[in-house]
Every structure is written in structure tokens, then in C-alpha cells.
Ligand binder design. Structure first.
Ligand SMILES: CC(C)(COP(=O)(O)OP(=O)(O)OC[C@H]1O[C@@H](n2cnc3c(N)ncnc32)[C@H](O)[C@@H]1OP(=O)(O)O)[C@@H](O)C(=O)NCCC(=O)NCCS
Length: 181
């Protein structure tokens, strides 16, 4: 599937497609909270992660096909709840330029207008300020604050580094007519 924005296109990542490993490696370079990894590590990791139906979109610049990030957009809970969850990672060189906002707006629009969703949710580390600022720019509402409910990394002893997270959501009625000023 392809979704067009003003400056980029969002393309579904297929599990054996050329973008799966490449996307993972590129967007993981210095992209906290996930840390860095070599291309070979990314190939191994993506083979495991993407060996399942994919809910990832590669975000590419229009024209030169340059990959700048990826979005995760997947059902949350049973289909009757019409709820999807949103995630995003952008390559550091393409952050703070509005690309993430543009891509996320396009996927929200796709979710509400094409898929007929009722609600879209997202969670992030409370210390990941840019992440929750992005969610608020998208008119998503902070609905909850969770204590040590998720981890992305391990400590020196191999134990999970639990972090606190925020939960955000937007309803179809709050998205319709919404424009970023
Ligand atoms: C989270 C993440 C996607 C947020 O990206 P971002 O760069 O803040 O978001 P955008 O690309 O939409 O950029 C918005 C900024 O660009 C500015 N900007 C510059 N040019 C712009 C343009 N042409 N159009 C719109 N905004 C523009 C905006 O003013 C805004 O700046 P501000 O935050 O100072 O107000 C990014 O930090 C990231 O990939 N982090 C690593 C992975 C990660 O943490 N993922 C989330 C896990 S929960």
C-alpha cells in the first residue's frame, strides 16, 4: 500500500522486501531509545521481527526514494473496537523537519477516513519528550501515566531497564476538521 504526503510517501514494508532490513538499520542509527546497531545486526534482528505479517510503513522522500523513517500502525484489541496503535522512528538526519508530523497525520487520516477507525492510541517513554510532543502536535490526548511498564534496553547485569510511559489517544471525532496551525 502507498500513501502520499506533501513531501514523502508511505509504503508498506513486506516481510521479505528489500526495505525490511534496510529500514531497521537506517532508522536505528542513533535513534534513541532503541540504540545503535550495525547493518548486519539489523538484518538479523529484522529477520526475526519482520517474520510475521507486517504493520510497518517505510517513509521515503518523494522523487529520490530516500528512506527517512518508518511508522508502525497495527490493530489493538479485537476488530469490533476499531482501535489501532501508532509508533514511529525517524533517522536522526531527518528529525526536526516536520517529516514525522506529516507522515503521522497521513496515517491518522488513512486510519479514520479509509479504515473507518474509532480510536488511535500511542505510548511513549515519559523521558522521550520529542515523542510525546509529536503526539500532542497531532491532537492526541494524554490519557494515562504508567509506572515502569515497559523497557527498551538492559542494564549491565542483563536486567530490563524499566521506564515510565505515557498513554495517548485520539478519537475519530477529534480528528475530523483538525488542522495543524
Ligand atoms: C519521535 C520523533 C519521530 C519525533 O520527531 P521530530 O523530529 O520531533 O518531529 P518532526 O519531524 O515532525 O519535526 C517537528 C519539528 O520540526 C520543525 N519543522 C521544521 N521544518 C518544518 C516543516 N517544514 N514543517 C513542519 N515542521 C517543521 C517543527 O517546528 C518542529 O519543531 P519543534 O519541535 O521545535 O516545535 C523522533 O524524535 C525520533 O524518531 N526519535 C527516535 C525514535 C523514537 O524515539 N521513537 C518513539 C518511540 S515511542
Amino acid at each position: 500500500m502507498n500513501i502520499e504526503t506533501k513531501r514523502s510517501s508511505l509504503e508498506t514494508v513486506y516481510r521479505r522486501g528489500r526495505r525490511s532490513s534496510f529500514s531497521y538499520a537506517l532508522t536505528s542509527q542513533g535513534a534513541e531509545p532503541y540504540g545503535t546497531m550495525t547493518y548486519d545486526e539489523a538484518v538479523r534482528r529484522s529477520a526475526r521481527i519482520w517474520d510475521q505479517p507486517t504493520f510497518f510503513f517505510a517513509v521515503c522522500l518523494k522523487g529520490d526514494d530516500q528512506l527517512i523513517g518508518n511508522l508502525y500502525f497495527a490493530p489493538e484489541g479485537p476488530p469490533r473496537l476499531k482501535t489501532y496503535t501508532l509508533g514511529f522512528v525517524f533517522h536522526p538526519a531527518y528529525q526536526k523537519k516536520g517529516y514525522a508530523t506529516e507522515a503521522c497525520l497521513a496515517i491518522l487520516s488513512h486510519g479514520f477516513l479509509e479504515l473507518g477507525l474509532h480510536r488511535i492510541v500511542a505510548s511513549c517513554d515519559q523521558d522521550n519528550v520529542r515523542s510525546w510532543q509529536l503526539l500532542e502536535r497531532l491532537n492526541m490526548r494524554r490519557e494515562g501515566s504508567m509506572m515502569k511498564n515497559v523497557y527498551f534496553k538492559y542494564d549491565d547485569k542483563g536486567q530490563p531497564r524499566w521506564v515510565n510511559s505515557y498513554h495517548y489517544a485520539i478519537l475519530e471525532e477529534s480528528f475530523k476538521g483538525f488542522k495543524i496551525s
